[in-house]
Design a protein around this ligand. Structure first.
Ligand code: P6P
Length: 334
């Protein structure tokens, strides 16, 4: 059966009069091109000697890998051309980035991204990803400043990710559901393979880094304890656990078969580990568009008013009923 290519899918969206998708199409095609080039670059890392670390730290205080910088440059080069982007925020850049040629479009956009999420996995051939988010640039602003990026996640126009795994998958939402496209390496095209992705409301699979157990709040410990007690405990069902240490891989699995992903704020990471603007917000947008839920454990992530561009946040997201259950432990008296 003829599969719809990404460009045909975006053309159909414009024929359905989806204004956001229509206007962002040139940028979305450039993002998809960047992801194709990133997929090639990371697959050749060991062959090209680019798998090493730089003796530099990024703004996150994490050792920067050669591929972090290479993929950041690929993403910026490809997305600076369409004239729609007035400014960017990248996990790999301390400050905002303004494309050299200013945006010429009437409507301008802000692009926020993590070019290579989970990059510590790249040396051991475990899936990594790219995450992106699009916000509207405030009207009459041609040179945005940091504070222009500090918009709640519910104002995102579009979000998506690429997962570089057993195949390269591009997952996108412009507010009309979630659709996944698989890269055909022979034609170089992304084809619609996962239309209208929906997260099952219930799950028996949780994803968390158990080594942080002693740092968690009592309610989070209690929730996980009861998952581990399985059918012998109050949940009356057994759970399995997954932890890839690559958020894109975890969220893609959850989109496909359900689950709950947690990286809570705790006594070690008091604000959480994951970054709000280019990890938690785009993934929350996608998860909610697919019928799931997303919370800090205390409030809906998409409602949070950011205070800085590299702000971190606690994350609980995935199957709606399981997120509601996990969050409910915060309200139990302990
Ligand atoms: P830990 C990758 O560095 C990342 O930002 C997410 O992709 C991933 O879910 C998490 O951190 C893994 O953290 O502490 O288990 O290495």
């Amino acid at each position: 059966m003829h599969k719809l290519s990404l460009s045909q899918f975006l053309l159909e969206a414009s024929q359905k009069k989806e204004p956001v998708t229509t206007e962002l199409s040139p940028l979305l095609m450039d993002i998809a091109q960047a992801c194709k080039e990133i997929a090639l670059s990371i697959s050749r890392g060991a062959l090209q000697g680019t798998m090493g670390s730089l003796n530099a730290q990024n703004v996150q205080g994490e050792t920067q890998k050669q591929l972090d910088v290479i993929c950041n440059d690929i993403f910026i080069d490809n997305t600076s051309r369409c004239g729609l982007v007035a400014g960017m925020v990248s996990e790999e850049l301390a400050d905002i980035y303004l494309p050299s040629q200013p945006s010429t479009a009437t409507n301008k956009y802000l692009l926020l991204f993590d070019p290579l999420d989970g990059s510590s996995n790249v040396n051991v051939n475990i899936s990594v990803g790219t995450i992106f988010s699009v916000l509207r640039c405030p009207a009459d602003i041609s040179q945005p400043q940091s504070h222009d990026f500090l918009q709640a996640g519910k104002h995102q126009l579009c979000a998506g990710y690429a997962l570089y795994g057993t195949s390269t998958i591009f997952v996108l939402s412009t507010g009309h559901g979630v659709n996944g496209f698989t890269l055909d390496t022979e034609t170089g095209e992304f084809y619609l393979t996962h239309p209208d992705m929906q997260i099952p409301a219930d799950t028996q699979e949780f994803a968390i880094n158990m080594s942080n157990y002693r740092f968690w709040s009592a309610p989070m410990q209690e929730y996980i304890n009861e998952c581990l007690q399985g059918e012998t405990g109050s949940r009356h069902k057994d759970f399995s656990m997954r932890w890839v240490a690559s958020m894109v891989a975890e969220i893609h699995r959850i989109l496909y078969r359900g689950g709950i992903f947690m990286y809570p704020a705790d006594s070690k990471a008091t604000h959480g580990k994951l970054r709000l603007l280019y990890e938690a917000n785009p993934m929350s947008f996608i998860v909610k568009q697919a019928g799931g839920a997303s919370s800090t454990s205390f409030q809906d992530i998409l409602d949070i008013m950011p205070t800085s561009i590299h702000q971190r946040i606690g994350v609980v997201m995935g199957s709606k009923n399981e997120v509601i259950k996990a969050v409910s432990y915060q309200n139990l008296s302990h």
